[in-house]
Design a protein around this ligand. Sequence first.
Ligand SMILES: Cc1cc2nc3c(=O)[nH]c(=O)nc-3n(C[C@H](O)[C@H](O)[C@H](O)COP(=O)(O)OP(=O)(O)OC[C@H]3O[C@@H](n4cnc5c(N)ncnc54)[C@H](O)[C@@H]3O)c2cc1C
Ligand code: SF4
Length: 479
Amino acid sequence: MIDKMLKFVKIDKQTPPKRGDLERKEDFNEIYKEFIREKAKEQSSRCSQCGIPFCQVHCPLSNNIPDWLKLTAEERLKEAYELSQDTNNMPEVCGRICPQDRLCEGNCVIEQSRHGTVTIGSIEKFITESAWKNGWIKPLKILEEKDQTVGIIGAGPAGLACAEQLRKEGYQVTIYDRYDRPGGLLIYGIPNFKLEKFVVERRTKHLKDSGINFVQNFEVGKDSSLKDLKNKHDAILIATGVYKAREIEVEGSNLGNIFPAMEFLTASNKKGLGDKVKKFEDGTLNTEGKDVVVIGGGDTAMDCVRTSIRQNAKSVKCLYRRDKENMPGSVREVTNAEEEGVEFVWLSSPKKFQGINKVENVITNKIILGEPDDSGRRKPEVQKNSDFSLKADIVIKALGFDPENLPKLFGCDELQVTRWGTIKTDFETMETNIPGVFAAGDIIRGASLVVWGIKDGRDAAISIKTFLERNELKKEKVA
Ligand SMILES: Cc1cc2nc3c(=O)[nH]c(=O)nc-3n(C[C@H](O)[C@H](O)[C@H](O)COP(=O)(O)OP(=O)(O)OC[C@H]3O[C@@H](n4cnc5c(N)ncnc54)[C@H](O)[C@@H]3O)c2cc1C
Ligand code: SF4
């Protein structure tokens, strides 16, 4: 089997690269480089077309990866694109920002046999970029316009994917979003160096050109209640994501220059989009020349440290209470951050923030990992008398997100939520306890991934279609 695979792998058989060595790093880093036709062809032809496609099994969208790799290897790019877009509403986005090392690529049989993964994400990006370049992506042609309307709250990946799937069926779709631009975290959370903003704007323009209505600067709970919106539409999807930042309750938390991650990242993204951002221009949210301390170990923390590096910070430290092996963030992201000069301060957590009006130092405790807790992870415990001080001109808190109190915000007490505040939905239909109101994405899962948002949006569209068809039938029977 290995010999069969090696036929496709252009690597010296005597000295296979090991996990974590340069070969693998270069492969993962290709995500950020332009992929040329020859390279895509060469990479695609490394796929062994193995019997059980573990890459496909581990892709949340069950993308038909082996087949589109084969088509790419044969330079049948248009067919590869058609196959790839069949299961994914934004392959060029997933190709760029999926944590492939945890999903498709991490389960590639060639990777498992330590010969370096086929760089699936880069190829997915290449296929769709080729489709855009060649004009293969056209506004949807609707065969039969339907009268029924669907209101979608939230223009993030879940809302956008659901909207496109329903529009394909001819439904009238309106997306409401409280931001001034569509895209959700794709536009204001994820930094430009991971996902260029033109990629998001090009996608949302495609959806507008396909007849989906976007209502921006519209906050459900302020500009309308959920009930009012429901009366306006035949079905509703809630895809509002999770935005309540987790807090650190230590002495000095109220000092100046301590910011939540989203405030920092949104300012940077708005700046990148060409907006005037007062707090960036006056230096408040600009880390240039500053000693930066980021608290947290997930992908949001990695985005903050890497954004700070790009803003020419003087020093960037990432404080995390567990060790590298137990970080929630993607290995690829941590590796990239280390290579870019971020200093990780493992096994440490803030004890207090010190300064006069503004933060100047973070007094930090050393942590040891104790016995596993209920979740099975070893519990971080503060080491006595282990304080040390880190200089900080700015502190960015990236400790994760919880759902906002949606029943209260939407003026809809009967909307059921779980004990974590995520919306409760029927496991199969994604319908909430309110008939005709569905939910998808982070607001049902908790902070997750773009690819899962897309999957949920697509699944919700199937259920909404069934619901609308059933209602139509009922109406016909009554008539
Ligand atoms: C900094 C950061 C980096 C990330 N990096 C990655 C990554 O590299 N790869 C990856 O796969 N995932 C990443 N994620 C996670 C990913 O972005 C999310 O899982 C995904 O965007 C969730 O999609 P969603 O559609 O559920 O919600 P969101 O993208 O959050 O969109 C929700 C939308 O709803 C709108 N909204 C909320 N409340 C209301 C209201 N009351 N009225 C009207 N509109 C409302 C919001 O304005 C927003 O536009 C990252 C997340 C963050 C925070
Ligand atoms: S959508 Fe994500 S997990 Fe699926 S093939 Fe593409 S990059 Fe891999």
